[in-house]
Design a binder for this molecule. Sequence first.
Ligand code: COI
Length: 365
Amino acid sequence: MNAEHGLVFTRRPHPAPVAANVRAAMLEDPGFGRIFSDHMATIRWTQDRGWHAAEIRPREPFVLDPASAVFHYAQEIFEGLKAYRMRNGGVALFRPEQNARRFQASAERLAMPVLPEAAFLRAIEELVKTDVEWVPPGGDGSLYLRPFMFACEAFLGVRPASDYHFVVIASPVGAYFKGGKKAVSVWLSADYTRAAPGGTGAAKCGGNYAASLVAQAEAIRHGCDQVVFLDAAERRWVEELGGMNVFFVFDDGSMLTPPLGGTILPGVTRDSIIALARADGRTVREERYSYESWRADAASGRLREAFACGTAAVVTPISEIKSADGGFVIGNGGGGAVAETLRAKLVGIQRGEIADEFGWVRRVV
Ligand code: COI
C-alpha cells in the first residue's frame, strides 16, 4: 500500500488453494456468485486507530460477536465491479474509481468511515493480482469483485458503530440471468417501493436489496425475471429494477433514463451507456417517465426498446411488462438493435477489443 495512507498490505497466502485442474473445471460454467477465489482483502477501521491491518489473506468465515451492530441495525454497504481478461492477455478493471467514490458516498449516507479512494483501489488490485488465475478466460466470463463494509462493534445502542471491517471477495461469474443476454420479463410492483426521497436509494447498502426481495419474489411468482419499482411519492414514475437501472429507446432514436436525485442508484454502467450513446450522436434524456407513458408508447410503437443495465446484468433487453392489471410487450418482444450495439461497445471496451476513448480501462496485470 502506498505510504501516504500509512497502510501496507500484509500477505498471508492460502495454505491449500484450490488445485489448478479443479479451478479450471469450476470456471467452465461458473453461473453468478456461486463460487469464490482463494483469497480476500481486508482492512479494519476503529475509532482510535482509523484504517489499519490491511491484509490479503485466505478467504474464510468471520468470527463475529452476536451483538455486532450490523446484525441489528444493518450498517452495511457494498459495491460490484468486474476484472476482465483482455484480448491481449492482460487483466483490467472498468472505471473502478467510480465504485470507490460511490462507496464513499454510501459510507457517508450510512454514517460509516470513508475509505480513501487509493486504499479501495489498492485492495482490489492486490486481490486481483493474487487471484488472477480465477479470472475466467474470455467469452462472457469475468471476475466479479464484491467490496463491502460492515459494522462489527458489539453494542446494542442505536448510533454509528466505532469498529468496521472492509472486505473484498472475488467470484468468477458468467451471465447474471439464466438466459444469458436474452430479453427478460419484468413485474411491475404495485404494493412495494424501493426508495423514498430522503432515504437510502442512492446508496448501495444491503438494506435496499433486503427491502426489494419480497417484490422480487412476487415477480418470480408471476413468471418474471425482475421487478420494476415506481417512485414512492406518486407511484407513477419508473425508477429502477430490483438490482439494475433502466433505459428506454424511442422511434426517433433518442433514449431516456430516469434521473438521479436520491432515489436511484447512480450506476457506473448507466453513466457509461449515456456517454457511449451520446458519443454515437444519440440524444439521451435523464427525465422522469411514467408507467402510463411506458404502456402507451409501447402500444403505439413510439417505444422501440427498453433495457436493464448494471455491472452484473451488463445490458439486458426487457421483453415484456406484467402487472396486476395486465401487461404489454415491448417492440418485437425479443430485444433490439440499440441495446445490442451498446452492449457490444461496452463489452468491447472492457475487453480491450475496441479503443478506450474515454480512458475507462485500468490495467491491473
Ligand atoms: C451489480 O450489478 O453489481 C449489482 O450490484 C447488482 C446485483 C448483483 C446486486
